[in-house]
Design a protein around this ligand. Structure first.
Ligand code: GRF
Length: 194
């Protein structure tokens, strides 16, 4: 994992596909004095993301790509990452699967947040599946990214109780709240071990 030397913060890129609430949360976190990261770049395959509006007047660089041509798009991203000396990638609701080649280049330096208690419910539609299976608990996990989907080493998790009245939407809201809390904790944890 990239090192935070002295007060020098680790140059970080965040990849998103959705609204970007996790990105906004990480951005606010990166502005705190004690934080080990500095967000330099936002990569989004959603041109309508709220996150893009949020950074409109900031110095954060952005890349918007459709990700239709994976290897071409990944090469473009890798160039920008290199140019900006990015040492950490945080996937935050990024719904595209990175190629093994890309992951190898950033081995051990990519984190992801997933809205389930991994290793349970990898992949899509987690809340719907969790409720259908009448689980009592769900939650969220921050993990390192490896070549297998949602399977890298878990850094931190948070359990969320499921109530009888919960729907996939209400559960998603509760879990998202916890995602915002544990992503910051996971980053502190990753850097405290160095
Ligand atoms: C989060 O629940 C994330 O875990 C999932 O997609 C959602 C993205 O939310 N993969 P946001 O775009 O960060 O608001």
């Amino acid at each position: 994992m990239a090192k935070s030397i002295g007060f020098k913060k680790v140059k970080t890129a965040v990849f998103i596909s959705g609204t970007g609430s996790n990105f906004i949360n990480l951005l606010k976190f990166s502005l705190i004095k004690k934080t080990p990261i500095k967000i330099i770049l936002l990569v989004s395959n959603n041109s309508k993301s709220k996150a893009l509006k949020f950074i409109k007047r900031s110095k954060i660089k952005k890349m918007i790509l459709r990700y239709n041509y994976k290897s071409k798009d990944e090469n473009r991203i890798l160039n920008v990452l290199k140019k900006n000396q990015i040492k950490l990638i945080c996937l935050a609701g990024f719904m595209k699967i990175l190629s093994p080649r890309f992951i190898k280049k950033f081995n051990g330096k990519i984190l992801n947040i997933h809205p389930s208690l991994l290793p349970k419910y990898k992949g899509l539609n987690t809340h719907k599946r969790v409720i259908k299976n009448k689980e009592k608990y769900s939650g969220c996990s921050v993990h390192y990214v490896n070549e297998r989907l949602d399977s890298g080493k878990i850094i931190i998790q948070k359990k969320v109780k499921i109530l009888k009245k919960d729907t996939p939407i209400s559960l998603a809201k509760k879990v998202l709240k916890q995602e915002h809390i544990i992503y910051k904790k996971a980053i502190f944890k990753v850097f405290s071990k160095l």
